[in-house]
Write a protein that binds this ligand. Structure first.
Ligand SMILES: N[C@@H](CCC(=O)N[C@@H](CS)C(=O)NCC(=O)O)C(=O)O
Length: 213
């Protein structure tokens, strides 16, 4: 299997995907699409991902998976060890719910195209944009903190890394960039600190990527 991750070093969803690939111990190469230059909208990339959003995982010629949630689920199905989902259905549902708190209810509201739209269509300045991002992060993190308090041990869910860590670590990175106050989420931040020192997760950090500047 020769995997190509189409992404961008600072993209949270690319970061999420790199964490899962690294935790699974899979080799991959990266093809960068510079979001600052709008390269995600180039025809060569929208031929692979019609939305023009990174990431996309090229598995083999002619087979590309768009959407990080689909990529992560595909990785879990095709490379089951080490497992990033627990063994029983109840627990898997909880892990997926915790992922969705970030993946469905926080990240999409803070995505580049949303923020650009707020700026361009509604004339919002950077302070208003940061306020907007901080608001949705605070709402999502408050709920997730309670879930981690209840279900986390060393990691956000249980004692080993799960898909929740793939979502959590990049979202904290993003929250820090938006200037969020993270002191109100002790369980979440403890899980973040634990996960972000895992070697596979360290290696996925944006600053360590070949396209980082
Ligand atoms: N639901 C998508 C979201 C992907 C996404 O929002 N990617 C961002 C980077 S984190 C992007 O490509 N933004 C480019 C843009 O907004 O034009 C996924 O999880 O893959």
């Amino acid at each position: 299997m020769s995997l190509v991750l189409h992404g961008y070093w600072r993209s949270g969803t690319s970061y999420r995907t790199r964490i899962a690939l690294n935790l699974k111990g899979l080799a991959y190469t990266q093809s960068t699409h510079d979001l600052r230059k709008g390269e995600q909208k180039d025809d060569s990339f929208t031929a692979l991902q019609p939305q023009g959003l990174v990431p996309a995982l090229e598995v083999r010629p002619g087979f590309v998976i768009p959407q990080s949630v689909a990529i992560l689920e595909w990785l879990e199905e095709t490379c089951p060890a080490p497992a990033l989902l627990p063994g029983n259905a109840d627990e898997r549902a909880l892990v997926r719910a915790m992922c969705a708190m970030i993946g469905s209810d926080v990240h999409p509201l803070n995505n580049l195209r949303i923020l650009k739209y707020l700026k361009g269509e509604f004339g919002q300045d950077q302070a208003a944009i940061d306020h907007w991002a901080q608001h949705w992060i605070a709402e999502g993190f408050a709920a997730l903190d309670r879930m981690i308090e209840r279900y986390g041990a060393d990691y956000a869910y249980g004692t080993t890394p799960t898909l929740v860590d793939c979502y959590l670590v990049p979202q904290v990175y993003s929250a820090e960039r938006f200037g969020s106050d993270l002191s109100e989420y002790p369980a979440l931040m403890a899980a973040y600190e634990r996960a972000s020192s895992h070697p596979a997760i360290v290696a996925a950090h944006p600053d360590k990527q070949p396209d980082a500047d």
